[in-house]
Design a protein around this ligand. Structure first.
Ligand code: PLP
Length: 392
């Protein structure tokens, strides 16, 4: 007989989802309201305000798409790219490749600017591409490449977009809440994120925000947005700010309670404190791994504190290590993707998962598992080094 599903209690330290704060889980278990109930609408308005805080923006058009980060990505592209548009897409990992797919499915032409995996996007290459393609309408890039653990300089890229008269789309799925992201100050025209990384809510929502230049472009479109569900003009009849709410789709009501709570937690902590916490715990994890003799893939100045790409020692079966961590310690870490498969582990310290306790648990378990495999590591030192790094 099929019975209720009771998942094991894991510690989620992969590339996302991260562990969900019990306050967020409790919020999601509260009674479901009708999605046009005035109390629910009041909460949606608060979600919009809280997202403006998280994104550091005053953009009116700020809300959560009712679907995961990939839908936020698609929402930006289908609304901002028209057939025939040239779009410069920066690729330094998996997700730039997905942006290219989006551009092409919108009938646009993707001009690819490639950087090695593990490296940031090179603004010089982007500038050269903008010079070669003066009709470029949009510049798209990933702020925090989850596949490699590298971050790119958003401000340098949006400055180029402005200088060369095109719009910018930034993927901030892994950056929002974990590292500095300032949508208004950095003049990002369109931005999307995900609920399941540094916000530590359930997967399934994609916060987005569009600035005035992006909205002008959407209003000047001569072709219909090919996705009914993601057409911003239609979605905003539901999420709009004028108090009148018309049915567009049925919102994932309880999931939005969760996002609301996650954002209240972020605001209570303070966004700068959240960024500082992510950095502190990363430095402790790093101290532990380096003491063990393992190295980081990304150059220090471009490392993401929330996504740590660590090289697998020679001769070690990386998948066996992940299985041992999961089965014996209930800790999930991630594998490498694409060109990095088999060569790295991706260790997330995102949102509610970014704690000293998780740093110690992960290092202790790694030490035990790798020692049992006779890996060439310094054993018994990692946790103490991490603790030292966390001393005030
Ligand atoms: N962009 C980046 C940088 C991501 O890391 C992810 C997911 O890991 C996505 C986009 C897609 O988000 P989702 O899996 O929520 O659809």
């Amino acid at each position: 007989m099929t019975t209720s599903f009771h998942p094991p209690q894991r510690t989620l330290m992969g590339p996302g989802p991260s562990d969900i704060n019990p306050r967020v889980l409790a919020a999601m278990a509260r009674p479901t309201l009708g999605h046009l109930d005035p109390e629910f609408i009041r909460m949606m308005d608060e979600v919009k305000d809280l997202l403006r805080y998280a994104f550091q923006t005053k953009n009116e058009m700020t809300f959560a798409v009712s679907a995961p980060g990939s839908a936020g990505m698609e929402c930006c592209f289908v609304n901002l790219v028209e057939p025939g548009d040239e779009v410069i897409v920066c690729q330094n990992g998996v997700f730039g490749g997905r942006m290219k797919e989006n551009v092409e499915r919108c009938g646009g032409t993707a001009i690819m600017v490639q950087d090695a995996w593990g490296e940031p996007v090179d603004p010089n290459k982007v500038e050269a591409a903008l010079k070669n393609h003066p009709d470029t309408k949009v510049l798209a890039f990933v702020h925090a490449e989850t596949s490699t653990g590298a971050q790119s300089d958003v401000k340098a890229l949006t400055s180029l977009a402005q200088q060369y008269g095109c719009l910018s789309i930034a993927d901030t799925v892994t950056s929002l809440g974990g590292i500095p992201l300032k949508v208004d100050e950095w003049a990002i025209d369109a931005v999307y994120s995900g609920s399941q990384k540094c916000l530590s809510c359930s997967p399934g929502l994609s916060p987005v925000s569009f600035g005035a230049r992006a909205i002008e472009k959407i209003q000047a479109r001569t072709s219909k947005v090919q996705s009914w569900f993601l057409d911003l003009q239609l979605v905003m009849s539901y999420w709009g700010g004028d108090g009148k709410r018309a049915y567009h789709h049925t919102a994932p009501i309880n999931l939005l309670y969760g996002l609301h709570e996650a954002l209240v937690i972020l605001k209570d902590e303070g966004i700068e404190s959240s960024w500082a916490r992510h950095l502190r715990n990363h430095l402790a994890l790093r101290a532990g791994f380096e003491a063990m003799g393992l190295s980081f893939v990304v150059r220090e100045e471009f490392r993401l504190p929330q996504l740590n790409a660590v090289s697998v020692p020679e001769g070690i079966d990386e998948a066996a290590v992940r299985s041992a961590l999961l089965n014996d310690y209930s800790i999930e870490i991630g594998a490498g993707l694409g060109a990095m498969a088999g060569r790295i582990w991706r260790i997330g310290l995102m949102g509610h998962s970014s704690t000293p306790k998780n740093v110690y648990a992960c290092l202790g378990a790694m030490d035990a598992v790798l020692s049992a495999m006779n890996a060439p590591i310094n054993t018994g030192v990692a946790v103490a080094e991490a603790k030292n790094a966390l001393l005030p």
